[in-house]
Design a protein around this ligand. Structure first.
Ligand SMILES: CCCCCC/C=C/CC(=O)SCCNC(=O)CCNC(=O)[C@H](O)C(C)(C)COP(=O)(O)OP(=O)(O)OC[C@H]1O[C@@H](n2cnc3c(N)ncnc32)[C@H](O)[C@@H]1OP(=O)(O)O
Length: 303
């Protein structure tokens, strides 16, 4: 994590994402609709669609893991790889992260990855979660979240790892950390990310209550930076991106690092312990029962 001017400081190869790859189709490149030159070619994978615009240096990254963009191990892995690919390409200075699934930005942790799974799988899954957060939180690129759907728990953390958040004004698109309502506890690095964004008292209240904020309240508490009509989310995200890219990269990157490094270092220092805590907690019978009950409730809610 060198601090020299213009040098990328995202932690490299903390965990080799390729090792996690199962049945993905990474590296596929295809022309975008109506596209011509390099700037109009899109690439990505099965669950992450990347639409790069070389002229502006901005890529739009779309989550497409239907129905709700739950963070499966595959999605986490593909996100890390796409992010790394853009970071290693000097053409790009910013990413707009959004959803390709209607009405949902990201439903958070994929509960099927931790319900009825063995400890080794839960550990592998949690390490991938840590990896994505570290890479996003410390990314040298400008990350703008164009939140075009519901954004609970892990979805909220993905958005909070970005530099700026634009939320569509729809009362169904709530955002926040609702872990306590599932009977689980946000790990310290999620709590730290929350506190860094909305302050200690607001976090204390929202975390304990598992609050999911509708747009106006999310704006008021500082979870998002703008709330706009749904059809203006993308254009507003682009305007925000332009504002952030108007700042010289090296100054912005070093400032971002100064603001975020201590929080990321805290996880880096105790990554293994954090994984062990997570695994021993979620593998408890009582926690498995509440997670199963929550998942069942979600399934029955349908129709
Ligand atoms: C980068 C670092 C991240 C660190 C993250 C650390 C830890 C985070 C903790 C968590 O994220 S815990 C997960 C918390 N998530 C939730 O509580 C969201 C639950 N889902 C919903 O509230 C709703 O599904 C929705 C997102 C608001 C969408 O509602 P909608 O009505 O559009 O869809 P549904 O009919 O409810 O769902 C469709 C389908 O998807 C299944 N599903 C929903 N959420 C999840 C999930 N999180 N994991 C797995 N599966 C999920 C749901 O059961 C339905 O399945 P079915 O088989 O079609 O019935």
């Amino acid at each position: 994590m060198a601090l020299a001017s213009g040098v990328r400081f995202a932690p490299r190869a903390l965990l080799r994402p390729w090792a996690l790859l199962r049945g993905t189709t990474l590296g596929r490149t295809e022309p975008a609709a109506g596209g011509g030159g390099d700037g109009a070619r899109r690439f990505g994978s099965q669950r992450v669609l990347v639409e790069p615009d070389a002229a502006s240096g901005v890529a739009v990254m779309k989550l497409r893991n239907p129905p709700v963009n739950a963070l499966s191990l595959e999605l986490l892995t593909e996100l890390v790889i796409s992010l790394e690919k853009l970071e290693n390409d000097k053409t790009f200075r910013g990413i707009i992260l959004t959803s390709d699934c209607p009405r949902v930005f990201c439903a958070g942790l994929d509960l099927t990855e931790i319900c009825g799974r063995n400890p080794a799988h839960c550990a592998e899954y949690w390490k991938a979660m840590q990896e994505l957060w570290l890479r996003m939180y410390l990314s040298s690129l400008v990350l703008v979240a164009a939140i075009n759907g519901a954004c609970p728990a892990g979805g909220c953390i993905i958005a909070l790892s970005c530099d700026c958040r634009v939320l569509a004004d729809n009362p169904k698109y709530r955002i926040g950390l609702n872990e306590t309502l599932l009977g689980i506890i946000a790990p310290f690095w999620l709590k730290d990310t929350y506190v860094n964004t909305i302050g200690h008292r607001a976090s204390e209240q929202a975390l304990q209550l598992g609050s999911l904020f509708p747009p106006a309240e999310a704006l008021q508490v500082g979870l998002v930076d703008q709330v706009v009509p749904e059809d203006q989310v993308q254009s507003t995200a682009l305007s925000e991106m332009a504002r952030w890219l108007a700042v010289p990269d090296h100054a912005r990157q070093l400032t971002k690092n100064m603001m975020r490094k201590a929080t990321a270092d805290r996880l880096l220092r105790q990554r293994d312990a954090d994984t062990q805590n997570f695994v021993s907690f979620v593998c408890r019978d009582s926690i498995q029962k509440s997670l199963q009950a929550y998942l069942e409730k979600l399934r029955q809610r349908k129709g």
